[in-house]
Design a protein around this ligand. Structure first.
Ligand code: NAD
Length: 276
């Protein structure tokens, strides 16, 4: 495979680079995911709230790629938190994807005001024990949310998927995850493309290596050990974003990107995001 895996804390292999489909309408998802699979991606990141599990599932089926070579992630939306609701929501996601199991199932947000993350995660443990999710984890959990979860449950989450890019490097969270054996997965790894890809330091590193700014940013993540799930619906960019294994950033490049951290989020603050 084009993309080397990382090994999750339960031994499951996850491709370190996958394809994200947030904001891709259901009727375009089949084509976008199909393009990604043809370009060599084997991991796809969707969510119930994205409304494109059906289109994603159609692309997976149409690809003819053996199920065991694919890695499919979906996520449970806030309104489906709670033990019984989570089990029902998982059934609905599987049906839409047209699958009998996913590779990774994530609680999309901690939604602390709901107070249901612990019960929700107990349903995830059952789904995992039943073999319907090869790995389970969380998304947007701050270390304090993870600590609360770890106190109340038995299966350590395999992954925490958080906003992470050169302007929001999440050093404390990454360190905490590493101590706990939780893989860090970066959402909006390209900073949503906005501005980040024009930052002079990144452009200069790209020129030095004869690569694009997007490839430099993705390579930075790979070298840090992050899982990345860049999104694009443009075939040339989809291809460009997976072509990050033929070069290496040096210490100087890594330090220059490290200096770009501003601790600035593009998305909501997990401490008070409880959206329905
Ligand atoms: P991203 O950082 O992947 O940026 C995507 C945007 O960058 C594209 O829409 C395009 O405008 C631009 N782009 C992509 N490739 C490019 C290239 N090669 N050259 C120039 N510009 C390029 O942003 P994202 O979509 O927000 O995040 C990726 C994925 O992360 C999502 O699709 C989704 O799967 C996941 N995500 C998860 C959460 C969560 O709460 N768990 C939140 C947001 C995103």
């Amino acid at each position: 495979s084009k993309v080397p895996p990382i090994i999750l804390n339960n031994g499951v292999e996850m491709p370190q680079l996958g394809f994200g489909v947030w904001q891709v309408p259901d009727d375009e998802a089949e084509q976008a995911v199909g393009t990604a699979l043809a370009a060599g991606y084997r991991s796809v990141d969707t969510a119930a709230i994205y409304g494109n599990e059906e289109g994603t599932g159609r692309a997976l089926a149409a690809s003819g790629i053996p199920r065991e070579d694919l890695f499919v992630t979906t996520k449970l939306w806030n309104t489906d938190q709670g033990y019984d609701a989570a089990l029902r929501a998982f059934d609905a996601s599987l049906a839409k994807l047209g699958l009998d199991h996913v590779d990774l199932y994530l609680i999309h947000w901690p939604a602390p005001a709901l107070g249901k993350a612990g019960d929700t995660y107990k349903a995830f443990e059952k789904i995992h024990a039943d073999g319907r999710a090869r790995a389970i984890g969380v998304s947007n959990f701050l270390p304090e949310h993870l600590e609360r979860l770890l106190d109340a449950t038995s299966v350590i989450p395999s992954v925490n998927q958080i906003e992470l890019h050169p302007r929001l490097q999440q050093r404390a969270a990454r360190e905490f995850h590493a101590e706990q054996g939780i893989a860090t997965e970066a959402w909006s790894p390209l900073g949503q493309g906005k501005g980040l890809l024009e930052v002079p330091a990144i452009v200069a590193i790209a020129q030095k290596h004869g690569r694009t700014p997007a490839q430099v940013v993705l390579r930075w993540h790979i070298q840090l050990g992050n899982v990345v799930i860049p999104k694009s619906v443009t075939p040339t960019r989809i291809t460009e974003n997976i072509d990050v294994y033929g070069f290496e950033l040096d210490t100087e490049d890594m330090a220059a990107i490290r200096a770009l951290n501003e601790d600035r989020r593009l998305g909501p603050d997990p401490a008070d995001f409880n959206a329905a």
